[in-house]
Design a protein around this ligand. Structure first.
Ligand code: DGT
Ligand code: MG
Ligand code: MG
Length: 294
């Protein structure tokens, strides 16, 4: 086919292929959710409906994209993780990010009325999300990224829980509460919560304290601590120099196996080894055993 004289404009396109053999993290974040949460009267500091809606949208994204290994969500953000072996969209950043952002937003809007039946969405106050992709070369880096988000969740939730109790139950002004909390450490906040409001922070719900982890469920494996035969190894870092060459048909087979697994949402600690050791399929990229039929 003859090229048209306009064809040259293609040469302006720039490659955005992400570094091979690295973990890809696509983090999306609600745009202007401070305003949106006011507009639709989200409960403070945590609105269970808003979090459940974020989670249901994330589950749909994982179902739609079997290449995703795991996702982690807190507040108005979600991180979606692709394994280093992922070749989806030839690892083109814009394709990966825009597909995740639009799939997530579509499901968020589609499901809105199930979670907020009394406050329908109204234009121009419509939810939208931005997104970016970052690559991490080692499994340690990826785990540190996940830990960073979960520790952030804890720090923010302890602060917000204390702040909103001081304002809503304690009758303080926003400025006074903010001033009093300046320079406090977590034990100070725990003490304010307990002494003034009779709240033991440890008893708060895990979804608020730990955020939400979304992954495919297979049979759990024993942890290293439980296993006496295994020697201690460091994080199971893959030592191969070259990316594993997986054929197209093998990739399709793995996708099919992944589609059979149930996608679950849990509110658990992902900073410790246990979570990852019990679910080796997340870091290995190889599907685990489906739970035995009952
Ligand atoms: P951005 O991301 O720069 O467009 O701006 P925002 O406004 O989305 O700010 P961000 O993402 O740093 O912070 C998230 C906002 O969303 C924060 O102001 C509180 C609000 N938000 C998220 N989840 C809840 C919730 O469960 N309840 C309430 N009341 N607000 C929430
Ligand atoms: Mg935001
Ligand atoms: Mg945010």
């Amino acid at each position: 086919m003859a090229n048209s004289k306009y064809e040259y404009v293609r040469t302006f396109e720039q490659s955005d292929i992400l570094l091979p053999n690295t973990w890809i993290v696509v983090r999306i974040d609600g745009r202007g959710f401070h305003k949106l949460s006011d507009r639709y009267a989200f409960e403070k500091p945590n609105d269970r409906r808003a979090l459940d809606l974020m989670n249901v949208a994330a589950v749909e994204v994982l179902k739609d994209l079997p290449d995703l290994a795991i996702a982690y969500g807190v507040s108005d953000e979600y991180s979606f993780i692709f394994h280093p072996s992922c070749e989806l969209f030839e690892r083109r950043s814009a394709k990966l990010v825009t597909t995740i952002v639009s799939t997530f937003t579509a499901h968020y809007v589609y499901q809105w009325s199930n979670y907020f039946p009394d406050t329908p969405l109204q234009s121009p106050y419509l939810p939208s999300f931005d997104g970016r992709a970052v690559v991490y070369p080692t499994t340690r880096n990826l785990r540190d990224y996940m830990s960073w988000r979960q520790v952030d969740c804890h720090i923010n939730n302890l602060y917000n829980t204390t702040f909103w109790n001081m304002v809503l139950k304690g009758g303080m002004s926003n400025t006074d509460a903010e001033r009093e909390l300046q320079g406090t450490v977590s034990s100070d906040k725990n003490e304010i919560l307990f002494k003034r409001f009779g709240i033991n922070y440890n008893n708060e719900e895990n979804i608020y304290k730990k955020g939400s982890v979304v992954f495919r469920q297979y049979q759990l494996e024993e942890t290293k601590a439980e296993s006496v035969s295994k020697t201690s190894q460091d994080l199971g870092e893959e030592e191969t120099a070259a990316p594993e060459n997986v054929s197209k048909s093998q990739q399709e087979k793995i996708r099919k196996l992944r589609r059979k697994a149930q996608v679950v949402v849990e509110h658990v600690d992902i900073t410790k080894d246990d979570f990852w050791e019990q679910r080796p399929w997340i870091l290995s990229g190889k599907p685990g055993k489906l739970p035995a039929e009952v």
